[in-house]
Design a protein around this ligand. Structure first.
Ligand code: ADP
Length: 220
């Protein structure tokens, strides 16, 4: 049967990363075809994911037979074996998959993946390592960097800012950051505006350059 779901995603390699990725895609409502060459892995995840098949993704014919070419997006989540990951991307390129996402474990691996035709290269270990480093050495509760120095962070309200509206605190003039959201414990985030008054246990979402966000998070 040919495939028609334009939201479908194929996930290749059900190691720790691939499995979590596939599970999240299912939760987001996407049809996921997961494949791994290891029978035990296939067995282990076949209950949790709806379509898990055993196949060697370096074999173009096997991918074709499974209908992988009919999916708009494929993620190569193989990490440990650079050879398997590169050969898989090559096979997917041959099949003409429109969007190939591939996981790299090093800069060189990333270069090879791009040169054999991966459209998007992701670095989960490097990105998580970098993000967690920021969390460990600062008071930020969460942190995302978007490149070009731009970042968004989740931070506790500095004690000196409690009880006053943002209009008076003027975080943009003083610190260069924009406070975009605020929440109290047990509540949802709301957009912050000039009249938003910060509470002692409020949590804020602020955006700005990495340096500005870090300096804001360090205010007491
Ligand atoms: P993680 O670090 O996320 O645990 P691994 O690189 O250890 O990732 O796991 C990769 C997964 O990819 C393993 O389950 C492995 O069996 C699978 N895999 C490796 N090579 C192939 C291949 N040629 N075809 C299909 N699956 C593969």
């Amino acid at each position: 049967a040919r495939h028609t779901d334009e939201n479908g995603v194929v996930v290749i390699g059900l190691g720790r990363f691939g499995y979590h990725l596939a599970g999240s895609l299912v939760q987001l409502g996407h049809e996921v075809l997961a494949l791994d060459r290891n029978a035990e892995r296939v067995q282990r995840w076949s209950g949790a994911l709806d379509r898990v098949v055993q196949a060697d993704s370096t074999e173009e014919a096997a991918l074709r037979q499974l209908g992988v070419a009919d999916f708009p997006r494929v993620v190569v989540a193989i990490g440990a074996s650079v050879e398997a990951s590169v050969l898989t991307v090559l096979a997917l390129t041959e099949l003409g998959v429109p969007q190939i996402w591939a996981r790299a474990t090093s800069e060189k691996h990333a270069k090879i993946l791009s040169s054999v035709g991966a459209h998007h290269v992701i670095f989960p270990e490097a990105e998580t390592g970098e993000r967690v480093a920021h969390l460990i050495v600062s008071k930020m509760l969460d942190f995302i960097e978007f490149g070009d120095e731009f970042a968004i962070a989740k931070v506790r309200v500095p004690a000196s800012m409690v009880g006053r509206p943002l209009r008076e605190l003027a975080p943009t003039e003083r610190y260069g950051v924009m406070v975009v959201g605020a929440k109290l414990p047990g509540e949802r985030f709301r957009y912050a505006g000039p009249e938003t008054v910060l509470r002692p246990d409020s949590v804020l979402i602020v955006e700005g350059s990495i340096g500005q966000v870090q300096r804001f998070a360090a205010i007491s």
